[in-house]
Ligand binder design. Structure first.
Ligand SMILES: Cc1cc2nc3c(=O)[nH]c(=O)nc-3n(C[C@H](O)[C@H](O)[C@H](O)COP(=O)(O)OP(=O)(O)OC[C@H]3O[C@@H](n4cnc5c(N)ncnc54)[C@H](O)[C@@H]3O)c2cc1C
Length: 482
């Protein structure tokens, strides 16, 4: 057994692990990074990048389908060559992974330990059966993995997760997607547009990450115009049948429907990879899901020398959040016992469906809980259906709802579905982080004709409903929340 003694050990070599390793290295040369699986990061290998590549192919098909609306009629049938589609997805994906691997190659060999780590105690890690590491400080950056109901395992190779989709050589004919969350919506809609027969089921009525029922309903209706989506489905039977999966579900009218699909895609959520770390050997305080509780500004856990970052922290499973948390956790692990709060940005998330879905700042649900007793927030709304530029481009679908605080007029958050709202979401996230009021946002320039003029309409709408002033602001300050 090899024995090592280091200042900092980082568990995981994904986005958060690499970031934490580099940040810790700025304070001490004695840092190792432990990786059990393949290097290359979830984002580049099976996450953000291949999913966007698949979506880009789907958008190409959709543009051809929209062309007749402009009086342009592509001749003949559109041929979607699944092999070529998947070839480009994988080729470009490999390019992105290659850049990550180049970075990993630059890390000195002695700093990279290959194998799965588990805790022996608060300062000792065992790597497979070959290495034991004494570490003064540890950063957990082990990411997350897909989770699904265990009974689905009887589907065998017909049950897929997102990783499998990105290793296809060709497109299947049909698929049932379970889970209309971010991953299910992105992959499901893309496959539908690429000619795969998609049926999508959820439980509990959720659509993407949306919490505002007005936007959620709009998204549900809009996506249903393209493919069958029941966010609160009743599936009665799901079993393998030859090279297919037989599914019996009750449709929205309550009638039983039988379908045979090539595959079932489980997009039913992801769980932090902390259950295989033998955390019971530590004195870490865990939350209800078994995840170490951590301060979001320092990423320090209840054991002062252990930090956590990325999807493993179960805070916000997004790439830019993983990078931010990694920098904070790595810097603090490097400089411990001196630790400092790091920058946590305003929350921003985007679903690359079409129309896109985005959320900024506080969610509608959180605001409702906080202010429901005193009516201290107002909603401004715009529909993109008659919005000038959106109509020009024949992309006039969507709704944007902005939230603002009574009394101060502070911009609190927004939820939306609309054309390329990734851009509006960025503007709004910047305004949110700058703690701008609705008045200040309306003082900013808006070009003509642009989709952002829709945002201005929503801001004006909420402005007209706000009661500003000291008295109201103080009343709302006292609003108890839940
Ligand atoms: C399909 C999909 C699409 C996505 N799209 C987006 C997007 O558009 N935008 C966005 O912001 N985010 C997106 N995400 C989320 C984003 O990919 C993650 O938030 C991010 O990759 C998390 O990085 P991480 O370092 O925490 O995890 P990872 O990159 O998964 O790294 C964790 C590493 O730890 C290793 N490991 C685990 N356990 C151990 C152990 N015990 N010992 C040693 N090593 C271990 C793993 O092998 C892995 O390499 C997407 C995710 C998916 C799945």
């Amino acid at each position: 057994m090899k024995e090592l003694s280091v200042d900092v050990a980082v568990i995981g070599g994904g986005t958060a692990g690499l970031g934490a390793y580099r940040a810790a290295k700025r304070s001490t040369p004695s840092v190792v990074m432990i990786e059990g699986g393949p290097f290359g990061t979830t984002c580049a290998r099976v996450g953000c990048m291949p999913s966007k590549l698949l979506i880009a192919a789907a958008e190409a098909v959709h543009q051809i389908e929209r062309a007749p609306g402009f009086g342009i009629h592509p001749q003949g049938e559109t041929l979607i060559n699944g092999r070529e589609v998947m070839d480009r997805v994988k080729r470009e994906r490999d390019r992105f992974v290659g850049f990550v691997l180049e970075g990993v190659d630059e890390i000195p060999a002695q700093d990279k330990i290959l194998g799965y780590a588990r805790f022996i105690d608060n300062n000792t890690l065992q790597i497979d059966d070959h290495t034991r590491i004494q570490a003064k400080r540890i950063v957990i950056a082990t990411g997350s993995r897909p989770s699904w109901p265990a009974v689905w395992n009887n589907l065998g190779e017909r049950l897929l997760i997102n990783d499998d989709v990105f290793s296809w050589d060709d497109l299947p004919k049909s698929i049932a997607v379970f889970g209309p969350g971010v991953i299910g919506l992105e992959i499901g809609q893309a496959l539908h547009r690429l000619g795969v027969k998609v049926t999508m089921f959820g439980v509990g009525g959720g659509v993407g990450p949306l919490t505002d029922s007005v936007v959620k309903e709009y998204a549900n209706k809009t996506l249903n115009e393209e493919f069958y989506l029941d966010p609160d489905a009743k599936v009665e039977i799901m079993q393998p049948e030859g090279n297919h999966v037989f599914i019996r579900y009750l449709d929205k009218q309550g009638n039983p429907q039988d379908i045979l699909v090539d595959y079932v895609l489980a997009a039913t959520g992801r769980r932090p990879n902390v259950d295989n770390l033998s955390l019971e050997n530590t004195s870490l305080e865990l939350d209800a899901r078994g995840v170490p509780v951590a301060d979001r500004l320092t990423m320090q856990t209840s054991v002062s020398s252990i930090f956590i970052a990325g999807d493993a922290s179960n805070q916000l499973p997004l790439l830019h959040e993983a990078s931010d948390q990694a920098r904070i956790a790595g810097e603090n692990a490097g400089t411990f016992p001196e630790i400092n709060p790091g920058l946590r940005r305003s929350s921003l998330s985007v679903v690359f469906s079409d129309p896109q879905i985005a959320m900024v700042g506080s969610t509608y649900r959180a605001l409702n809980q906080r202010f429901s007793a005193c009516g201290c927030f107002e909603v401004g709304e715009v529909s993109f259906e008659n919005q000038g530029r959106s109509r020009v481009m024949l992309r006039n679908k969507g709704i944007l709802r902005v939230y603002a605080e009574q009394g101060t007029g502070l911009f609190l958050g927004a939820e939306m579905m609309g054309p390329d709202v990734e851009h509006i979401a960025h503007l709004l996230a910047w305004a949110h982080q700058q703690k701008m009021t609705i008045d200040q946002m309306l003082d900013m320039p808006f070009y003509h004709p642009v989709i952002e003029e829709g945002l201005r309409t929503a801001l004006r709408d909420v402005q007209s409903k706000l009661k500003l002033g000291h008295e109201e602001a103080e009343r709302c300050q006292r609003c108890p929340g839940e």
